[in-house]
Design a binder for this molecule. Structure first.
Ligand SMILES: O=C(O)C(=O)C[C@]1(C(=O)O)C=C[C@@H](O)C=C1
Length: 380
């Protein structure tokens, strides 16, 4: 079901100086000189549309630099006056909102550690009532789409219609090359539920290092995201926070020059015709795939009935192992991606298990249990 939000198109409230739309600036405002120098270097690239800076920093452990505080708002005001760039800061409570509004900040964003807490988001929403300022909502730290949506709804209900989402990735217990797992499917689901909501990607927080930023930025644009928020510092090596992931303004400029901006659609008739023809072929294949899956599940049901009548367990681990090995070898010969094939077969096998669990255990408890598991999967 689509989300019922009242959202103004991004072009109504944010003029992109360049494509892609870029919000950039230091992770933290450290000194007036650092902020102003960085702002001037960014403005000189002609590619930055908004100057960002962290004034209040939520830190994982106490004792770390927690942001320069309100004085930074004065520096931002000066940076805006000197460069003409609109400014954006993170707010995490009502006091931040009031101070940022009083200082003439142009855009506010809600950080991942705030989005996760409905009390905090509601406090921010209440402080925003009666004001007309754009608000960007970062995804929550954990991959919970409903929390992300809930935060956006709270801000929208407070009367804010200039809203965007920021995809900054999700915390994970697993060791990963990313600081925060991109889990693109979260952003894709949000876009599917609310196509008019602008989504801005934050490669800095997804990557946690400079090296992966070009890859993530390009992927975000290819997934039709509306812009990028990239942390930058005149000398990242001495940055007080997030030193590993900030880019110099020169590197930001180079990155933007290398990115390819693609359109969601093309007016080229030959392209449109060819695409329609290829999509017809895909439709036929999808129909066949589903038909074959349906036939497979009928056999699975039959096996389920035999298992029920003979008191045999649903899971047959040796057979499953054989299917996986056989399937991945075949997929390799077909030049299909191994990981994709494994995931696909796991999905099919999971469905067989669901069907047979139902057949082997008729009754209310099974129905309720299966429904609960399905609900958990949807939430995850
Ligand atoms: O071979 C079986 O016993 C089946 O029930 C079929 C099937 C499958 O989906 O292929 C389902 C569950 C078992 O764990 C193994 C295989």
């Amino acid at each position: 079901m689509k989300l019922n939000l009242n959202i103004e198109p991004l072009e109504n409230w944010l003029t992109a100086k360049n494509q892609p739309l870029l919000i950039s600036g230091p992770c933290s405002a450290e000194t007036e000189d650092q902020l102003l120098t960085t702002a001037h270097l960014l403005a000189a690239t002609g590619k930055v549309s908004v100057l960002r800076a962290g004034i209040w920093k939520p830190r994982t452990r106490p004792g770390e630099f927690e942001g320069i505080g309100s004085i930074g708002l004065e520096w931002l005001k000066r940076a805006k006056a000197e460069t003409g760039l609109p400014t954006a800061v993170e707010v995490a409570n009502a006091k931040h909102v009031e101070e940022a509004l009083a200082a003439g900040v142009d855009i506010l964003w809600i950080g991942a550690r705030s989005t996760v807490n409905p009390f905090t988001v509601q406090e921010i929403a209440d402080a925003l009532k009666g004001h007309d300022i754009p608000v960007l909502v970062k995804n929550p730290v954990n991959p919970d789409l409903q929390l992300w949506i809930g935060a956006i709804e709270r801000i929208n209900k407070a009367g804010i219609t200039k809203i965007g989402a920021i995809h900054r990735g999700f915390s994970s217990f697993e060791k990963s090359s990313f600081r925060n797992e991109p889990m693109w499917e979260m952003a894709i689901q949000l876009k599917t539920l609310c196509p008019e909501l602008p989504i801005i990607n934050d490669p800095s927080h997804i990557c946690g290092n400079r090296e992966l930023i070009p890859y993530i930025s390009q992927k975000a644009l290819d997934l039709d995201m509306q812009g990028l928020m990239i942390e930058s510092h005149l000398d990242p090596s001495v940055a007080w926070t997030d030193a590993k992931q900030q880019l110099t303004p020169a590197a930001v400029n180079e990155l933007m020059e290398r990115l390819t901006v693609r359109e969601p659609e093309s007016q080229n008739e030959a392209f449109v015709d060819k695409l329609a023809e290829l999509r017809k072929q895909i439709d036929k294949i999808d129909d066949l795939l589903l038909q074959k899956l349906g036939e497979r599940m009928k056999i699975v049901e039959k096996i389920g009935e035999y298992k029920r009548d003979n008191q045999v367990t649903v899971l047959q681990v040796n057979r499953w192992d054989e299917i996986l090995k056989k399937g991945t070898a075949f997929a390799k010969a077909l030049k299909l991606d191994e990981h994709f094939t494994e995931k696909f077969l796991e999905l099919v096998h999971g469905e067989s298990i669901r069907l047979q669990t139902e057949i082997l255990n008729e009754g209310k408890a099974t129905q309720e249990g299966i429904a609960a598991e399905q609900h958990a999967e949807v939430k995850a």
